[in-house]
Design a protein around this ligand. Structure first.
Ligand code: C2E
Ligand code: MG
Length: 573
């Protein structure tokens, strides 16, 4: 019996020994004096110290200096009370490197409860910590540029806004967005785009103080937090420095790439408590910088808030406005300078908003474009204008072409020509009584498809004129390559040609050019009688402007058409 139990016990002891020997965790035993008396093979793997070398030495050989004296004092106090000590310790590997272990030290007591030995178990958590650190880093950094990301920005703003309020200082946030990143990606490819982002990030970082923070928020958008400033001038200086950083091109692979950026700036004040509001302000300012010429910076102003709220409201209400017949057209005559008769009519869009009153096309059209409603709006305008032109004709008024302004977006629609044909057919208006006004932007973006569309319209008999001439690219090539019938000289040149000799020269040159290319030419924005004479002297064909008539309702225009043949009456013959 006894010998069987002895055998069993010996067997168990052998198993326990094998388990400890093969354990993945380093295990070692010290005597009460702290001298290592036994260690398992994993100890050597973890610490680099061969077991037979450490026997007889103190675990001090593992010390890294990363824990202070207090750490060891607490450890010993626990152990000497006969309690288990557990904690994290960073030790030095024999080769010099550091490792971190989760350590459990258990005191072994004899029959009288006196400590005789200590068993220490070390679980290596270096790899786990590294991957935890990597994950933590990834959570707060952008993977392309390795700059802090949006979450890092958020938490930094939380801290800085509180600090600024406490210290009575201010914080600026600057949102930076490239003006032409899409082109870079399209031209050089996404890999070059990524490299460019890295290069920009590094260069911008070099323009900052240590306390400033630069983040990449995604796409081509970066943000800078500038804490501890006293006034807006500090932020303006930084914005200027950041813009200057874009002046020199960036070396990306074997190419040099140039990009510009726009910057929106918001500076905190005592009322700034919400970081999302603070960022939204910078975003509004950025939007303004973009719309006011790009490659520039703008500060947030409270009017921007009102404007954007209005835009949002208009965008929300536009669909309903179209459905509820809130859109309407006004008509402005175009008068021949030779016989002083009305020879054409331009249809101008308006929106009677039930709460906000009349909304002008300069505000309405961009909203329709960005909210995807421009097709619906454009179609409505075309239909209404064609129907009205036909209506005048059926009242035996002189048959005149009606001119409709086209948003640049519309010519990209491959079904545009068939839509125009359908509308003409439905309203029974002959194509020669429809004129479409394009801007140079349309031709500039012009792919072959735009040219073909215009040629098909021309074949149909629809007239095409070039609006706002001179304010865009004024490319002579466009004039030559497209089937245009008329050039409209932009009012910015016409208004002050009496006093501004440069504008007068431009107007004169455009009139000559049109004559040579056999195009009609009309001067817009004619407000005063003496302008009429100058334009006649220059050989201009037609005029349009308040001097002849402001845009008015269909009825008002009908009256003009019915009454009198001379539409420039105030000007002596
Ligand atoms: P535009 O095609 O150059 O139209 C002429 C604009 O100048 C009109 O402004 C007209 O009211 C104004 N105007 C006419 N004569 C004078 C003048 O003597 N002095 C001054 N100061 N202004 C004069 P409106 O109606 O506000 O339209 C502005 C622009 O909006 C138009 O410029 C046109 O580009 C665009 N637009 C108007 N209707 C439509 C439309 O149905 N669709 C699209 N896509 N754009 C439109
Ligand atoms: Mg026009």
């Amino acid at each position: 019996m006894t010998s069987e139990r002895d055998r069993e016990m010996r067997g168990t002891t052998r198993l326990q020994k094998a388990a400890i020997e093969s354990a993945a965790n380093a295990i070692f035993i010290t005597n009460k004096a702290g001298v290592i008396v036994w260690a398992n093979p994993a100890f050597e793997v973890l610490t680099g110290h061969p077991v037979d070398e450490v026997l007889g030495s103190n675990p001090r050989v593992l010390k890294s200096g990363k824990q202070d004296d207090k750490f060891y004092r607490d450890l010993w106090r626990t152990l000497l009370k006969g309690e288990v000590w557990q904690g994290r310790v960073t030790n030095r590997h024999k080769s010099g490197g550091l490792y971190t272990a989760e350590q459990t030290i258990t005191p072994i007591l004899d029959g009288d409860g006196v400590v005789t030995h200590f068993v220490a178990i070390h679980e290596d958590i270096t790899a786990r910590l590294a991957s935890e650190e990597r994950i933590a880093h990834m959570a707060l950094h952008d993977f392309v540029t390795d700059l802090p990301n949006r979450y890092a920005l958020d938490s930094r703003l939380d801290v800085e806004l509180i600090r600024a309020r406490r210290l009575g200082t201010r914080v600026a946030v600057l949102l930076i967005d490239f003006d032409n990143f899409k082109e870079v990606n399209d031209t050089f490819g996404h890999a070059a785009g990524d490299e460019l982002l890295i290069a920009v990030g590094q260069r911008l970082k070099r323009t900052l103080r240590d306390v400033d923070m630069i983040c990449r928020l995604g796409g081509d958008e970066f943000a800078v937090v500038q804490p501890d400033i006293t006034n807006r001038r500090n932020a303006a200086n930084l914005a200027e420095r950041l813009l200057r950083a874009f002046v020199e091109s960036f070396d990306v692979g074997s190419q040099e790439i140039s990009v510009n950026a726009s910057i929106g700036v918001s500076v905190s004040n005592r009322e700034t408590t919400s970081k999302s509001e603070f960022l939204r302000e910078a975003d509004l300012a950025l939007y303004r910088a973009k719309s006011e010429g790009r490659n520039t910076y703008r500060f947030f102003k409270s009017e921007m808030d009102r404007e954007i709220k209005r835009r949002v409201k208009l965008a929300q209400d536009l669909h309903r406005g179209i459905q509820h017949d809130e859109l309407f057209l006004e008509y402005q005559p175009q008068v021949d300078l030779g016989d002083r008769r009305i020879v054409g009519i331009e249809a101008l869009l308006r929106w009677r908003h039930p709460e906000l009153g009349i909304v002008a096309p300069s505000e309405l059209v961009p909203i329709a474009e960005s909210s995807g409603l421009i097709e619906e709006v454009g179609e409505w305008v075309l239909q209404a204008a064609c129907r009205q032109a036909k209506n005048w004709q059926s009242r035996n008024l002189p048959a005149l072409p009606v001119a409709v302004n086209l948003s640049a977006v519309r010519l990209r629609d491959p079904r545009f020509v068939s839509k125009v044909s359908r509308i003409l057919a439905k309203s029974e208006l002959e194509p020669r009584y429809l004129e479409l006004e394009l801007t140079e932007r349309v031709l500039m973006e012009g792919k072959e498809s735009v040219k073909r569309t215009l040629e098909t319209l021309d074949d149909l008999g629809v007239r095409i004129s070039l609006d706002h001439f001179g304010t865009g690219y004024a490319s002579l090539d466009y004039l030559r390559r497209h089937p245009l019938s008329k050039i409209k000289i932009d009012q910015s040149f016409v208004h002050d040609m009496e006093t501004n000799f440069k504008n007068a020269a431009i107007v004169g040159a455009v009139i000559d050019l049109a004559a040579k290319l056999d195009l009609q030419v009309i001067a817009e924005g004619v407000e005063a009688a003496d302008l009429v004479q100058s334009l006649i002297d220059e050989g201009c064909d037609e005029v349009q402007g308040f001097y002849v008539s402001r845009p008015g309702s269909a009825e008002e225009l009908m009256l003009l058409l019915t009454n009198g043949s001379d539409h420039i009456q105030a000007y002596p013959r």
